[in-house]
Design a binder for this molecule. Structure first.
Ligand code: NDP
Length: 484
């Protein structure tokens, strides 16, 4: 065999990744798809790529140099297991199987363990950037063993997006670490999108500006500290006019947000790890709320502020000042969302024994992926200064930004509540922030309640030990065994 890399699964992602690989000096790419037609189509359409087509797993294995390296890009779930089973049959110890699909990290942990028994290496790799990224440079988040990274590293570096001269790929950590980080990336993406949507809604309802005028606001924001792909495309979407009706496209689109489930995975995982990713959770729930038209229909008559009191709450006499407040609230809430996401990665790494360089993760998200942004450099710098930083938003740069945003952020949350405009991500981010900085939390009362109904015990601020009050007896306190 003379191909140095192979791709299995030639739908849009796999064929674009295969073309990207083939376009790099020194690569010869073997390609295989379950149904022959996709292989014929790809090879026929791109003679310049010099693909080595295979029509069976035996052919495929035979066309690859040792150690054989194959990237799977098939439908996540059972299809991935089916392809792995076939590859194990024809590969040998030392070969490398990479799953580039959107797998749940616990599936990746399971697969890595099972494949390792055969002596073959298995790498779960997060791929971000959609079809465009796959073709021109994705952000790549491979997990797996150090041994596989030695072989894979140079190949992946050659096809990844480049940000400020650096390829957007790093060996994230062992087994499922890459897919875990990709999952959290998607969760942060949900939060970022929801925050932008809330900002748009407040500006629109607060100032009466048209979508095209708000597009200009976002384009302007994109020249400052909010500069990012998501802000940039928001301006594009808002500027779009529907050809059929002549109305802004955003007014013609049904207001029910879809989801493929990675936001939910991020939240479910955070719940198990006990990490409060409230911004990501609110963003995920906001999509769910939007997608229940029957519930929204029956709720439309519920009371809320009158048009007059809403207008009064908004008090937008200085439109520019109002927009600047929203920009600051958006920036502050965004800092919270990223801080929460990195907290989840930190907790996941601790739980699963991964050594994840958080600063590197921010760096490889600067290119190729949906959440690419200037802002990520600040995260890399924060972790470079303090690698063990327990809360990202306590880094000096972010403290400075949060200080500047304080008054505006609180104002925006208060205004939205008084005007009856939902801003779940803005408000939950602020509540998280105030919770973190609180001297005392009412968690003390919750411990009292838990002790009352379940004898769950509590600790005291003034002495060591575990205590229980005899609530149904004479209400004296006893020292309890520390078992709850
Ligand atoms: P799809 O998810 O639509 O999957 C189609 C491919 O899977 C086809 O090649 C199909 O083969 C193959 N397949 C399906 N079932 C089987 C099976 N049982 N055995 C073998 N092959 C099977 O393709 P996409 O290109 O959209 O996505 C590929 C992967 O990349 C997915 O895991 C997806 O989640 C992920 N993805 C990532 C994105 C990103 O931004 N990172 C964006 C989009 C996708 P056949 O032609 O024979 O039907």
């Amino acid at each position: 065999g003379h191909a140095n890399i192979g791709v299995v699964g030639l739908a849009v992602m796999g064929s674009n990744l295969a073309r990207n690989l083939a376009s790099r000096e020194g690569n010869t790419v073997a390609v295989l798809n379950r149904s022959r037609s996709k292989t014929d189509e790809l090879v026929g359409a791109h003679p310049e790529a010099g693909f080595v087509p295979a029509f069976s797993y035996e052919d495929f294995a035979g066309s690859l140099q040792r150690p054989r390296t194959a990237i799977i890009m098939v439908k996540a779930g059972g299809a991935t297991d089916a392809v792995i089973e076939e590859l194990i049959r024809v590969f040998e110890p030392g070969d490398i199987i990479v799953d580039g699909g959107n797998a749940l990290f616990t599936d990746t942990i399971r697969r890595e363990k099972a494949v390792r028994e055969t002596g073959i290496n298995f790498v779960g790799m997060g791929v971000s950037g959609g079809e465009e990224g796959a073709l021109n440079g994705p952000s790549l988040m491979p997990g797996g063993s150090d041994e596989s990274w030695t072989t894979l590293g140079p190949i992946l570096r050659s096809i990844a997006a480049v940000a400020e001269g650096e390829p957007c790929v790093t060996h994230v950590g062992h087994d499922g670490a890459g897919h875990f980080v990709k999952m959290v990336h998607n969760g942060i993406e949900y939060a970022d999108m929801q925050l932008i949507a809330e900002a748009y809604d407040l500006i629109r309802r607060g100032t009466g500006k048209s979508p095209a005028e708000i597009a200009d606001v976002f384009a302007e924001w994109n020249r400052g500290e909010l500069e990012s792909y998501l802000i940039e495309i928001t301006a594009e979407v808002l500027r779009q006019v529907d050809a059929e009706t002549g109305r802004p496209l955003v007014d013609v689109i049904v207001d029910q947000a879809g989801a493929k489930g990675t936001g939910a995975w991020t939240v479910q995982t955070a719940l198990s790890l006990g990490v409060p990713v409230s911004g990501i959770a609110e963003a995920t729930f906001a999509r769910s709320l939007s997608s229940h038209p029957e519930q929204r229909e029956v709720s439309r008559a519920l009371p809320g502020p009158s048009a007059e009191s809403a207008a009064q709450a908004l008090q937008v006499d200085d439109v520019d000042a109002f927009i600047e407040k929203i920009r600051l609230a958006l920036y502050a809430s965004k800092i919270v969302a990223y801080s929460q996401g990195f907290d989840e990665i930190r907790a996941g790494a601790a739980e699963y024994g991964w050594h994840i360089d958080l600063g590197r993760i921010a760096a490889i998200w600067r290119g190729g992926c949906i959440i690419r942004a200037q802002f990520l450099n600040r995260i890399t710098e924060a972790y470079a200064a303090t690698p063990e930083l327990p809360v990202l938003l306590t880094a000096p740069y972010f403290v400075d930004a949060l200080t500047r945003a304080q008054a505006a952020w609180r104002d925006v949350v208060a205004i939205s509540a008084r005007a009856g405009i939902p801003a779940p991500a803005f408000s939950s981010s602020l509540a998280y922030y105030d919770g973190l900085r609180a001297e005392r939390l009412p968690a003390a009362l919750i411990q009292g309640q838990r002790d009352f109904f379940g004898a769950h015990t509590y600790k005291r601020i003034d002495k060591a030990g575990t205590f229980h009050t005899l609530w149904s007896g004479d209400r004296t306190e006893i020292e309890a065994e520390d078992t709850h």
